[in-house]
Design a protein around this ligand. Structure first.
Ligand SMILES: [Zn+2]
Length: 280
């Protein structure tokens, strides 16, 4: 039997061209077998596509979770008001120095016109440039001074806020309470993960109890509280880190003893030698 795929019409075998559209006819069995194969191929492709996209979705979800584990969308490092004030002050003085130098240069460049005893040779454009740069530096200096003053006003406020928040936390939570809450939520954890979860827990406490917009401030606050709560632990881990550096504990200890005694003996002859050389 013959078939027109375009018009979906059957014809008897003797017909070669579709009476409807004029296209050449194909053998119906052959066409259908081919079509089944093509459909199967298409279906396979679609399934593969689906599999890939679901894999991609899963990977995306996992990386989003990992990001959350790693603690919030990385905010910048928090700069304390006091530090910010120091920064502004030092850049203000830098701009003042540059402004004064440029002003002197500008004045000298106008010197011949102003009848000054000294002047630097310069054309009109150069004079304008010096003057404009000097003026610009003074403007920036003024603006920086104003910002610095503003920031200075916030220093005490920030310190007070930080003090109150820290006191509030330490008054309501102990290291044991934080650990208990973290363990309730996560079960037993490896030390590195435990540290991260503790930090996250402290941050969460602040985010849920206080409406702090600046995530980097919350981070700084949590870090400070963490080091207060787990001061002993941190000191211990630092000590163990030092011990690890030496292959044996005894070795490290004897080395330390040697270090403690040797310098005293070692420095004296050196000082004596120094005195001798300086005397000569
Ligand atoms: Zn046709």
């Amino acid at each position: 039997m013959k078939y027109c795929p375009h018009c979906d019409m059957d014809f008897i075998d003797s017909v070669e061209i579709c009476t409807d559209c004029g296209r050449p006819l194909v053998d119906k069995e052959e066409y259908l077998a081919g079509k089944a194969a093509r459909d199967a191929e298409e279906k396979k492709k679609q399934e593969e596509q689906q599999r890939l996209s679901s894999l991609a979705e899963e990977a995306e979800r996992e990386s989003a979770e990992a990001e959350q584990e790693a603690g919030r969308p990385a905010p910048g490092v928090y700069v304390k008001r006091a530090d910010r004030y120091e920064d502004l002050r030092s850049s203000a003085s830098a701009f003042l120095i540059v402004g004064v130098l440029l002003a002197v240069l500008a004045l000298l460049s106008w010197g011949s016109l102003l009848g000054l005893p000294f002047s630097v040779p310069s054309n009109f454009m150069l004079r304008i440039v010096f003057t404009a740069l000097a003026a610009g530096s003074f403007v920036i200096w003024r603006k920086t001074c104003v910002s610095a003053k503003e920031v200075r006003g916030q220093i005490a406020e920030e310190q007070e806020t930080t003090r109150q928040l820290t006191e509030w936390f330490l008054g309501n939570y102990t290291a044991e309470a934080v650990d208990a809450a973290v363990r309730r939520e996560n079960g037993e954890l490896r030390p590195e993960v435990l540290a991260l979860k503790r930090m996250n827990y402290i941050q969460d406490v602040f985010v849920t109890n206080y409406d702090i917009a600046d995530q980097s401030y919350v981070d700084a606050l949590a870090e400070q509280i963490y080091s207060t709560l787990y001061a002993d632990e941190e000191a211990a881990s630092e000590r163990s880190g030092e011990e690890d550096a030496g292959s044996l504990r005894d070795e490290a200890e004897t080395a330390q003893e040697e270090e403690e005694t040797e310098p005293e003996e070692g420095t004296e002859p050196k000082e004596a030698a120094d005195r001798e050389t300086s005397g000569n």
